[in-house]
Design a protein around this ligand. Structure first.
Ligand SMILES: [Zn+2]
Length: 382
């Protein structure tokens, strides 16, 4: 059998190196657009049309279909942004150790997936397998910050799809079939400054207020199926001043929609009043991703992929992930979705992030064979 991941390995690694060495943090529009431009050129050479979905603050998103496409109904989603700040690529650029392990910012989450998708399509075109005309690819630039601007494109294009394949990376021989929902809040508290020694009675401590709120928010963790984390705090001006301001960032996770609604309500309730008289509380943010649990249609899609895996000696299992992805949106809408179809590695979002190079081939071949098999399936909803 033809294997593009072996035949074109040198070009594949050159492209991977090029996009890993281009910083593309979610807040770096120029960087995300630079990665997008590299991919646009590659897709154009294969005969694809690229619709650039312009953004002002974040990087642009790309919607890609072949010039010969006819009603594409298989949607592949991958993000171009990373969690790493500017300068990371210069500080620790792309490397390969022993021909086996690749490192560099975003190599695993999820720049290798970009290369996997491109070469998957290239292989199908070379073979002249007609499924390349049925595939649409959506590349977004804000997944790591909750897909705020790309969400409506994801939902719009997924609505036409019989299957959505999220090629987020994987930790092992697992495919993600469920994910927790989540949200983010920003809390800002105003108090009143005063000298801590000379006139403490004239001050109102915003930090004191924040302390009460952190304890109450974290107590919500005693309830099943939910997580609350105050992950960042700041406030105050000097040790001898009653703090006039305090801020924090809060992350929430939940397993079901009902738990999500309860949790959102509870957070708002706790922050709707002051524990210390005279403080003012401002809350922004909310739920960013719904919870997703694979339904029957998604599990039929999983089964199709699992069978293709067996032919490649891959024993794939379904897993539940605490982290969110764009699969939360499409899965929650009831569109057959499977996630974790990207290459294998680990330590995402950390300096020690790594990619097992061999898995680029294994998961690439799985994606090729999955697309071919999908070509024969009219729908999973019956
Ligand atoms: Zn990711």
């Amino acid at each position: 059998m033809k294997n593009i991941f072996q035949d074109e390995k040198t070009d594949i690694l050159t492209l991977l190196k090029k996009i890993v060495n281009q910083d593309s943090g979610s807040f770096n529009k120029d960087g995300c657009d630079a990665v997008g431009n590299i991919l646009i050129e590659e897709y154009k050479q294969l005969g694809f049309n690229i619709e650039i979905l312009q953004e002002i603050q974040n990087g642009n998103h790309l919607y890609i279909t072949h010039q010969q496409a006819v009603d594409p109904d298989i949607l592949i989603i991958a993000h171009m942004d990373t969690v790493f700040p500017d300068g990371t690529a210069a500080a620790r650029p792309f490397t390969i150790t022993d021909d086996q392990i690749a490192k560099g910012p975003g190599v695993f989450d999820m720049k290798a997936s970009q290369v996997q998708a491109l070469y998957t399509l290239k292989s199908l075109i070379q073979e002249n397998h007609p499924v390349y005309k049925k595939v649409a690819i959506l590349l977004n630039s804000d997944e790591e910050i909750g897909s705020i601007t790309s969400r409506h494109y994801i939902e719009k294009y997924a609505a036409k799809a019989k299957a959505v394949l999220i090629i987020e990376p994987a930790r092992g021989k697992q495919l993600t079939t469920s994910r927790k929902g989540g949200g983010k809040y920003y809390l800002s508290i105003k108090g009143k400054s005063s000298h801590a020694g000379a006139a403490p009675e004239k001050g109102i401590s915003a930090i004191g207020e924040l302390g009460h709120k952190i304890i109450k928010l974290h107590e919500l963790n005693h309830h099943d199926g939910v997580n609350v984390n105050v992950g960042v705090i700041s406030g105050g001006t000097s040790p001898n001043t009653i703090a006039p301001n305090a801020e924090c960032k809060i992350d929430i996770r939940f397993e079901t929609q009902a738990q999500g609604e309860w949790l959102d309500h509870s957070v708002r309730e706790i922050l709707s009043y002051s524990d210390i008289e005279g403080t003012q509380i401002k809350l922004t943010g909310g739920i960013t991703r719904p919870a997703w649990k694979a339904d029957t249609a998604s599990m039929k899609l999983f089964d199709l992929i699992r069978k293709e895996g067996i032919k490649l000696n891959l024993e794939l299992e379904p897993i539940y992930s605490g982290g969110g992805s764009d699969g939360n949106f499409t899965g929650n809408l009831g569109i057959p979705t499977i996630d974790g179809l990207g290459p294998i590695g680990g330590n995402a979002h950390q300096d020690t992030e790594f990619l097992l190079l061999e898995s680029l081939e294994t998961k690439g071949m799985l994606l090729i064979n999955t697309l071919k098999a999908l070509n024969n399936i009219p729908s999973f909803k019956s």
